[in-house]
Design a protein around this ligand. Sequence first.
Ligand SMILES: [Zn+2]
Length: 150
Amino acid sequence: MLELDSTDLSAFEAAYQAAQKSLAEGGIPIGAALARDGVVIAGGHNERVQNADPIAHGEMSALRAAGRQKSYRDATLYTTLAPCAMCAGTIIQFKIPRVVVGEARTFDGELELLRSRGVDVVVLDDQRCVDMMGRFQDAHPELWAEDIAE
Ligand SMILES: [Zn+2]
């Protein structure tokens, strides 16, 4: 498994800042960024509330913002929260080889699915992300349940 390198933390910060932006907009605080060699191609955040778009999870929004890429084989996707089944499927479909996850405590996601398909998954267990999602889930349980279809 590849370890974190120094550029990971700055790229991850872009995902975290996107989550904070969503929170400030009244949305669900989950952010993501796609980067190549530590250089952020694009970031995005959950847009369920902002655009009434149930498919616009943070990862999906970041990939949409990145536009057409010839290949994802040298890219890393950074996300503040463990990817759900939809986003994990998209990661597998586009053959993104590496995913850096802020936390998997408030939602365990589909990390084993990703690993079973050969994706290198790094979990930072970032306390800021745990606190951000924990507070949101406590304050907006219905909205959170809607986002993960529970
Ligand atoms: Zn998702």
